[in-house]
Design a protein around this ligand. Sequence first.
Ligand code: MN
Length: 286
Amino acid sequence: MTSRSVVRVVNSNRLTEGEGFPIRRPFPISTFEDFDPFLMLDEVGPVEWPPGNALGAPDHPHRGFETISYVLSGEKLHEDSTGKTQIISAGDVQWMTAGAGIVHSEMPSPEFKATGGRAHSFQIWVNLPASHKHAKPGYQYVSSSDIPIAESNGISVKVIAGEVFGVAAKIGTHTPVWLQDWRVTAGASQTVLTPPEFNMALYVFEGAISVGEEQKTVLDGQMAVLGEGMNLSLQAEKESGRFLLLAGMPLNEPVARYGPFVMNTKDELIAAFEDYQAGRLGSIQR
Ligand code: MN
């Protein structure tokens, strides 16, 4: 049984997004653009906002894929053109299917903006297959206390999507996708069976993790892309580590992307812009 090796380690870029909030982005960047079926991973913050200063991403459209918000600290207010609003608090996850098209806003909640404090979250984009790019827009929301937790020998996993150690996520996905928040305590090691047909990567955002039989060290802010294999070997040595595991069945379809739209062809991208400019993706009623 072969173990997945680290085929490359990518250092994240420090950028700003939305109204100007700071992010670390390991993917996509000029040196690492393709990781089917994922489209983007942003670590937002952590940033300490003074009262009244917190920034977000006001009204903007999406079509053709899914956006996931996973909040570690702070509080976001989601509003969208289907008329839904949602407060996303620390530990909560919102898995939004933009599908045929949606306009949403992702702002600090009024309460969080007023008090200020630490904001830390993830924004992940997952592609939809051509057959689901025009799915009905909407979202799945799971509060922190309802996210299943899998535990084994010094490892604790919040199972946002997929399954591990016999624990399955509540979120349903259009194609097989795993998204999980792993904590490995110092001294723990484990080998986990993984679907061999999945692409797989992990992004470390606290401490460090040793990965694969060669025990390649992956540090805070680095994304390790894993090769093919039947299982994943992990170890935390002197310090504990925490990472997001991103894995999924590749779609193997053409990707045409520009800004907030991700389609299969350039013509479909043009149609998305025309539909948005004509107001056919709707607007947020306030
Ligand atoms: Mn968005």
